[in-house]
Write a protein that binds this ligand. Structure first.
Ligand code: NAP
Length: 282
């Protein structure tokens, strides 16, 4: 891909990180197809449809809706250079409290929707022998030790793992993949309209309760990450020749990633002998 203007497909763009990214892309002259569950919220947040901007009402949990959005983007702009799987939400709840429906819906949006986008967009990227897939995971998709957030953590670990596999799968076609692990970012993400709190809570889980209170009362509105700067970082990672596979965003994300790496190294060191002894002796 050259550094000339690009064509982007961004999911979940009516607010937060997606909205900031789309605004910056349009400002620098790129063309953008952006999705939202309600197209009106998208045009209100960003502006009307134009030769540069294609707002799309998409139900990301329905494969046909995703398929027609990708097809409409290709019909309108001729190609897609960069896919940003950004839409997502946090489902709070301890593992035994979460209903099957709560869990599955969270995975529908955070994992199966990106898979659906890729299923329909990758054939075009393979054919044009180039492109870049950005999957927005979370630092909790790398360092997952948070009581009461198992569904969200698991969905983001899955998205991160998928991105690593994808990178290996599409490299031969000149396609790149990046998993972004933001720390806390100041958006609507922890607002009552966005955060899904489990319908059932189990009182005995004090850690999970405390973590929920912390997120709602202390963290919401005070997150360290600036969504505009994160959007700029994503654009930089796409523009450079040697794009990272793993992109940690923010000081907190960098610190937590280092702690996780050190914790894994400690476990590796402590169990190396007995672990390696499980191999056949040949
Ligand atoms: N903010 C953070 O602290 C943080 C940290 C790490 C990772 N992230 C990740 O960054 C991404 C963007 O989050 P944000 O901070 O910008 O949050 P946000 O302000 O709440 O925006 C989330 C976007 O995702 C879409 N979305 C949410 N729930 C959806 C659902 N059930 N079905 C379809 N689309 C849905 C929304 O699309 P509509 O336009 O349809 O409303 C919205 O535009 C998410 O994947 C999130 O997990 C956020």
């Amino acid at each position: 891909m050259s550094n000339s203007t690009k064509i982007w497909f961004v999911t979940g763009a009516s607010k937060g990180i997606g909205q900031r990214l789309v605004r910056q892309l349009l400002a620098r002259g790129d063309r953008v197809a952006a999705t939202s569950r309600t197209v009106a919220s998208l045009t209100e947040a960003i502006g009307p449809a134009s030769g540069q901007f294609l707002p799309l009402q998409v139900d990301l949990t329905h494969d046909q809706s995703v398929r027609s959005a990708v097809a409409q983007t290709i019909r309108t702009f001729g190609k897609i250079d960069v896919i940003v799987n950004n839409a997502g939400y946090a489902q709070q709840g301890t593992i035994e409290a979460l209903s099957d429906e709560e869990l599955r819906q969270n995975f529908e949006v955070n994992l199966f929707a990106p898979l659906s986008v890729l299923r329909h967009a990758l054939p075009h990227l393979r054919e044009q022998r180039g492109g870049h897939v950005i999957n927005i995971a979370s630092i909790v998709g790398y360092q997952g030790g948070y009581a009461g957030w198992g569904s969200y953590v698991a969905s983001k670990f899955a998205l991160a793992g998928l991105t690593e596999s994808l990178a290996a799968e599409v490299a031969e076609f000149g396609i790149k993949a990046t998993v972004v692990y933001p720390g806390p970012v100041r958006t609507e993400f922890l607002s009552s309209g966005a955060l899904a709190v489990a319908k059932r809570q189990i009182d005995e889980y004090a850690e999970a309760r405390a973590s929920l209170d912390l997120h709602l009362d202390t963290l919401h509105g005070h997150q360290a990450g600036d969504p505009d700067k994160l959007a700029t970082l994503i654009m930089q990672a796409v523009d450079v020749a040697d794009s990272p596979l793993h992109l940690f965003a923010g000081k907190i994300a960098n610190e937590l990633a280092a702690l996780k790496a050190a914790a894994v190294q400690r476990d590796l060191d402590a169990w190396k002998g007995s672990s390696e002894a499980t191999d056949f002796v040949e």
